[in-house]
Write a protein that binds this ligand. Sequence first.
Ligand SMILES: NC(=O)C1=CN([C@@H]2O[C@H](COP(=O)(O)OP(=O)(O)OC[C@H]3O[C@@H](n4cnc5c(N)ncnc54)[C@H](OP(=O)(O)O)[C@@H]3O)[C@@H](O)[C@H]2O)[C@@H](O)CC1
Ligand SMILES: Nc1ncnc2c1ncn2[C@@H]1O[C@H](COP(=O)(O)OP(=O)(O)O)[C@@H](O)[C@H]1O
Ligand SMILES: [K+]
Length: 489
Amino acid sequence: MIEAWSADDVRAAEAALMETLPEGELMARAATGLAEVAAARLQESGGSRVVALVGPGNNGGDALYAAAQLAEHGFAVAVVRAGWPVHEGGLAAAREAGVIVVGPGQDEGEDWRALLGEADLVVDGVLGIGGRPGLPEPAQPWVDAVPDDAYVLAVDLPSGQDPAGVAAVPDAVFADETVTFGVVKPVHLLPATEPAVGRLTVVDIGLDVDAPAAVQRVTRDDVARLWPVPTAGDDKYSRGVLGVVAGGEQYTGAAILCCTAAVCSGVGMVRYVGPPTPTGLVRATVPEAVTGEGRVQAWVVGPGLDAEATGESGERQLDVAARALASDLPVLVDAGGLDLVWGRRMAPTLLTPHAGELARLLTRLTEREVTRDQVQAAPVDHAREAADATGATVLLKGATTLVVPPTSSGLAVRSQNDAPAWLATAGAGDVLAGLAGTLLAAGLDPLDAGSLAALVHGVAADAANPGGPVRALAVAHGIPGTVAALLAR
Ligand SMILES: NC(=O)C1=CN([C@@H]2O[C@H](COP(=O)(O)OP(=O)(O)OC[C@H]3O[C@@H](n4cnc5c(N)ncnc54)[C@H](OP(=O)(O)O)[C@@H]3O)[C@@H](O)[C@H]2O)[C@@H](O)CC1
Ligand SMILES: Nc1ncnc2c1ncn2[C@@H]1O[C@H](COP(=O)(O)OP(=O)(O)O)[C@@H](O)[C@H]1O
Ligand SMILES: [K+]
């Protein structure tokens, strides 16, 4: 599990550690780690010219000390600062090492724009975890002037991005690599900001945070611990029967994809409930599934479901969906099923909207117009709002998939980034529903079921056709081999 801690918890841990160390030792460790990464990247690319953008806080201090070390190693290093006071010790070290300092009252003859234009590597030390979202005004032209072919190495986090990872800031720094210190922070894992982080390198500065993590990411190494592996004492019922209320006369494929994914994920049994056409197709393509109602351990309600279906068979299916939602069994609610969610369920519940579906759900639940763009600009906040309004865990699908439990649970948010962009294809969500539903039926809680399913879904998509297009059915068919490979790690 990768874990990230909030800026406040990191600061408290740093303060405690600093008490035990000589003054300046922690920043020295950070700067040395940063300089080592910068030197390695310059050696890899054959570059020699470095420009460090230096802000008013300790993030700028890290950049200044690293600039000094890089100059001592023989690289051509310049620092660009604005009118703000910068870290004094760092500035003195940089000057001592022969770094050119450009800014008000400094080496006025030098033109920051020309220096930046020639840079092979740009160290972004404008703001760190003390930053508010958004770049300080003098830094915006610097960032805009960074040449496309320069390697942007962010100190701790890409400046101007939200350290909490909540809000997206499109014109802040987008780094090729971020060197962070001690522990990972939410900005590095959450969907609003992770695209700006680039490659993430963690430098050990001896820091340990003794507080609950704010964000977690399930990794391939966690699968063996979490996946429900049957034993000799199991039978199909003890492994978990999943009821699937999916597909209609219009979206028949969703039923097939969801049921296929469930049987490929090792469900004990699938009971499919739907109108005649998808029922016939499920019978023909997923012979393992049984059709019609019966006892189940969990439900999937919604893939391809028409929440306004009329006609006898459609209404019968909606009646089963309503009873599933009213039951005390775990339920995964996806797509059309989300239109049936009104109040709170007490039993374990996993909602799996994409951004548009979450916007629609929140608009309905809060009676305030919520747009897809708003959800994408602040995904954690919107998923949290839906989780708190319904008592459910909300899995928000996207390039990075968030799994957000209600605030009252006190649990960390999960953020999974395992899928190739090829997975953005129709039917992929139906496969995820069958996979996560299987895990609910096996007794996993919604947070583990959702995050583990997102991981396996992404890995299966990549394994199905590495580096190329993949159809949803191939993702489902890839699940058995993917799970076996992950269990064998
Ligand atoms: N603590 C440690 O032991 C270690 C810390 N380390 C390093 O320190 C970094 C944290 O340093 P930090 O706390 O000084 O915060 P940092 O982000 O550099 O700057 C804050 C300054 O910026 C200002 N400001 C903020 N937002 C702004 C905005 N949008 N636009 C304009 N101004 C803005 C803000 O002003 P104010 O809020 O007072 O108005 C304040 O003056 C951390 O990320 C890591 O790199 C490492 O060395 C390891 C050991
Ligand atoms: N850019 C992307 N990169 C990786 N995965 C993505 C991307 N966009 C979407 N996905 C994933 O693809 C799936 C799409 O699901 P969904 O939108 O519900 O499709 P459908 O309803 O057609 O089945 C989700 O699991 C989502 O996380
Ligand atoms: K930074």
